[in-house]
Structures are given as structure tokens and as C-alpha cells.
Write a protein that binds this ligand. Structure first.
Ligand SMILES: Nc1ncnc2c1ncn2[C@@H]1O[C@H](COP(=O)(O)OP(=O)(O)OP(=O)(O)O)[C@@H](O)[C@H]1O
Ligand SMILES: [Mg+2]
Length: 276
């Protein structure tokens, strides 16, 4: 087994990247071994998947993705815990196992302290790749939830990935992020000397309005053959599912509307991922 590693990225914030990443991670985890990697300093994915008390306990003496980027971090960097700061992160001390509805999902958690990592030494961008190379034989899929910025974190995620997936909120202003992302990927190719294939685009937070229908048609024309058939509609109950640490497909307020679309998106995803 060697995992397919896929980054979810869009330069526009708040379009539903994290929501899609978590929905897909739990969906794939029904039958596959899945690792979700949170590299966003806002750690929204971590907060959703890992219960607060378990997270607070974990960071007392275990690692987050910060330790992957900075394995020799100064004492006190890791939530004031010197013991953890001096122990190099391993898969066992960095990956949290979470169970829900009979599935198991593994999470490499993030932390707000990731924000402190501004002046990182050269080579830092390769550390995530090296770590994921080490664990990839244990997984079928590794999904990386990226922040909406062209940062060290996103660059590291690209270097570690086999492909990327673009969640798109199809409103006229949010799609302005797409050319920016195309540009960021060109910059990445120039800088790294390698190409990262795009797996496709997935519409998120969809409402059946005239404006959204028009925008979706326009995106389908601009990215022919790339838009997934499955899409995530906008619905109430998402915030409550987050608060309840529940997957959307099993939470009582969202499951009826989102279970089938997430299954469809993941079927398309696994098909496309075969070829990268
Ligand atoms: N399908 C949906 N229906 C209703 N609300 C949604 C849906 N998807 C996302 N949201 C809400 O929209 C907000 C942004 O979603 P999310 O955090 O997934 O976006 P993001 O692209 O990861 O944001 P960021 O750029 O900050 O990382 C959240 O409050 C989330 O609960
Ligand atoms: Mg997010």
C-alpha cells in the first residue's frame, strides 16, 4: 500500500475546503485507511475531528504538525512542554486516532502556534514531505487541508502531494480566487521544477440560485471535464456538526442532505486518484 496524497486548496478563504476535507476523510475512512493532515494555523479541521479535551491532553506531551516543521524547536515552543520539545516527532507521537460511527480516521493535528513559524530555516518546506513519505505505506489516502494562502505551509503541502483538489464556492466573487490559484500553481512549478496534477474542482456551499447556476456553467466551461458531478450544497446544521465533533454524513441535521453527495464525490475522487 502506498497512499495517494492530495492537497485541498483554494486561495479564497471560507469556501468550504475544510468542510469538504473532513467530509471526504470520513467517507473514505468507511472502507480505507485515511490520514487527514491539518496544516492550517487556524486548525479548524483538528477542532472538528478531535474533541477539545482529547486535544488539550494530547498537546501536553505529544506532537502536532508544528513539530514536523520544526523537529528541533526550542524548549517551550510546544505548549510550554519541554519533554515534547526535545523528543523528535514520530508517527506514534504525532498522529491521533479518532473513531466515529464504526470508522477510524487518523489525524496529524495542527496548532495555533504554527503561526509562530515565520522565519523558518531553509529546507523546512521539505519536512512534511519527508514525514509523509515515512507513513504513506500505512494509508490508502492522505488528505491535506491547506490554509487559503500562498505560504510555507501550502508550499510544503504541494511538495508532499501527488495531486491537488480545488473546492470552489460558485459565487461570482469567490471564483475570483481561481485565477490566483492557477498563478500560484505556476509559481510552484517554476520554483520546485515539478508539476502537480489537478484532480479536479468540487462545488461547495451550492445554492440553486440563478447567479450560482451561471457561475457553475462558467467554471465548467473554463475547466472542461474537471468539475466533479457530486457537489456539496449549503445547508443548516454544519456549525452544529462541528461543535458535536461529528461527520456531516452521520450528524442528524446534515446526513440526509450530504451523505449521498459525499459518497458520490469520493467515488469520483478515487477513480481520478488512480491516475496520479
Ligand atoms: N455546505 C455548507 N453548508 C453550510 N455551511 C457551510 C458549508 N460548508 C462550509 N460551511 C461553513 O462556512 C464556513 C467556512 O467553511 P470552511 O471552514 O469549510 O471553509 P474553508 O475554505 O476551509 O475556510 P478557510 O479558508 O478559513 O480555511 C464555516 O463556518 C462552515 O461551517
Ligand atoms: Mg479551512
Amino acid at each position: 500500500m502506498s497512499a495517494k496524497i492530495v492537497s485541498l486548496i483554494n486561495m479564497k478563504g471560507g469556501v468550504g475546503k475544510t468542510t469538504l476535507a473532513i467530509g471526504m476523510a470520513w467517507e473514505l475512512a468507511k472502507t480505507k485507511k485515511v490520514l487527514l493532515v491539518d496544516i492550517d494555523p487556524q486548525f479548524n479541521a483538528t477542532q472538528w475531528v478531535v474533541k477539545a479535551d482529547i486535544y488539550l491532553d494530547w498537546v501536553k506531551n505529544k506532537h502536532t504538525v508544528l513539530s514536523i516543521f520544526q523537529p528541533n524547536g526550542p524548549a517551550g515552543f510546544h505548549h510550554g512542554n519541554q519533554a515534547a520539545a526535545f523528543q523528535k516527532p514520530t508517527p506514534v507521537t504525532s498522529i491521533i486516532h479518532v473513531q466515529h460511527s464504526g470508522s477510524e480516521l487518523h489525524v496529524l493535528p495542527s496548532t495555533l502556534e504554527l503561526m509562530k513559524l515565520d522565519a523558518a530555516p531553509r529546507g523546512t518546506e521539505n519536512r512534511l514531505r519527508v514525514f509523509l513519505e515515512r507513513v504513506r505505506s500505512a494509508y490508502d489516502y492522505i488528505l491535506i487541508d491547506c490554509p487559503p494562502t500562498a505560504s510555507l505551509f501550502s508550499y510544503s503541502a504541494f511538495l508532499a502531494s501527488d495531486a491537488y483538489l480545488v473546492p470552489v464556492k460558485p459565487d461570482p466573487l469567490s471564483v475570483l480566487g481561481l485565477p490566483l490559484l492557477d498563478k500560484a500553481m505556476l509559481d510552484y512549478e517554476e520554483r520546485s521544477g515539478q508539476e502537480l496534477p489537478r484532480l479536479g474542482l468540487v462545488f461547495t456551499q451550492v445554492r440553486q440560485t440563478e447567479a450560482m447556476r451561471t457561475t457553475m456553467d462558467q467554471v465548467r466551461r473554463e475547466y472542461p471535464g474537471e468539475v466533479f458531478d457530486g457537489q456539496i450544497i449549503q445547508t443548516t446544521g454544519v456549525a452544529e456538526a462541528v461543535e458535536d465533533n461529528s461527520p456531516l454524513q452521520s450528524f442528524h441535521k446534515t446526513s440526509a442532505l450530504l451523505r449521498a453527495p459525499l459518497a458520490k464525490i469520493c467515488a469520483e475522487f478515487t477513480d481520478r486518484a488512480e491516475y496520479v
